[in-house]
Design a protein around this ligand. Sequence first.
Ligand code: S3P
Length: 173
Amino acid sequence: QSRYLFPHHIVLAGFMGTGKTTVGRELAKMLAMDQIDIDKVIEDRTRMTIAQIFETHGEAYFRELEFKTVEEMSAHKNIIIFCSGGGTVLNEKNVDNLKKSGVIVWLKASPEIILERVRAENTRPLLQNGMTIEKIESILNPRMELYRNAADIAIDTDEKSIHEISLEIVERL
Ligand code: S3P
């Protein structure tokens, strides 16, 4: 018996490199649900990458687009796997919108694992100027409380496969 009343979105939150998008894809397959990735929607609509948006218009402009997209997708008529961006929790209004729309699953990873994953991808504008553990901690540490407060469920992802993480989410819903 699920503790959460459905219909509800399943919202994936957490820092860059914690696997929101990949886990979201796996969950969508497992549960036969649609997945919507906020950053992907923004990229498709602007026809720019997140890095290009930061570079051309600055972070504040991106956060505005992020807010509008979160607001719109929170009210999506279908029940979706909803992948947020790592900084979505910075805006209290985003957290309110997400909380109202679904169960928030916080994917946690250690700075070491995050570094490995973001290094491999190398797409994050906030980590353009040097990817080090210190840099990651300087962004992650002040956000920890925001993730903790937003989360209904917290999942450690270190040393787990995408499939294991997805199964754990389903079990704990
Ligand atoms: C950001 C995380 C990114 C993206 C943007 C800002 C952040 O999303 O929204 O680069 O502030 O942590 P991912 O968590 O999907 O990398």
